[in-house]
Design a protein around this ligand. Sequence first.
Ligand code: ZN
Length: 241
Amino acid sequence: MNVFEAVKQSVTTRQAAEFYGFRVDRTGKIICPFHNDRNPSMKVDNRFHCFGCGADGDVIDLVSKLYGISSLEGAKKLALDFGISYDSKSVVRKLKTIKQQKSDAQKYAEAESRVFRVLSDYYHLLKRWKVQYAPSIENENWHPRFAEALQKISHIEYLLDVLVFGDAEEKALIVMEYGKEIAVLEQRISEFNISDTGSSHADSCGDAGVQECGGSQGKPDFEREWQRKKHNQELSDRIAV
Ligand SMILES: [Zn+2]
C-alpha cells in the first residue's frame, strides 16, 4: 500500500482537523481556514466541504492546502504525524515493472533491426551472385549460388518490404518466424566476407572496407537506405516501361 492509500485509510479529515488545532463543533464543522469565516461553515468528516467558499477534498488535500505543500508531502506529513506505516516499496516495484517493460521493448527493437540488417545483407549478396555467377554459355549448368539468387531474391525483397512498410504485427511475425534462421544466415554471410554490397554503408567505410567498420552492424540508416533504393528502383522500372 502506498502512502496515499495508507493515509486515506487511516485518518479522517475530522481527526486531522482536531490534530492540527481546529475545534470541531457539535454539528461536525470547523472555522474554514480558506476563507474569512466567522461561523464554522466547513464540515469535516471523511472528506471536508466548506459551505461558504466551496473548498472540498480529502484529508491529504486539506493538509497540503493548509501547509502549502504538495500532495505527496502532505501525505507523508500525515503519515509521520499519525505514525502510519506505508509501503514505499510499492512505488519501487512499479518502477521496476516499467523498466522491465521498457527493456522488453528494447530487446524486440534490437531483434527486429538485426533481422532487417541480416536480410538486407543477404539480399545484396544474392543480387551480386545473380550477376557474378550467371551462366556464360547457354547450356552451362547453373552455379548453385546463381540458382539460390534466382530462387530467393524476390522472397527476401518481400520480407524487407514488410519490415519497412508493414504494420507492427506483420513485422513481429517475420521477426518471430525468421529469428532462428537469421543466426545461421548471419554466420554464413560473414563467411562470404562481402567486400562490396553496392550500398552506401560500404562507401562510408572508405578504403577500410566492410570488415574494418564491422559490416553493416548497428547502421541506423539502413531502413532509410532501403526506402530510397526501392524508390529509385520504382523510378527506373517506370522509365524502362
Ligand atoms: Zn471556506
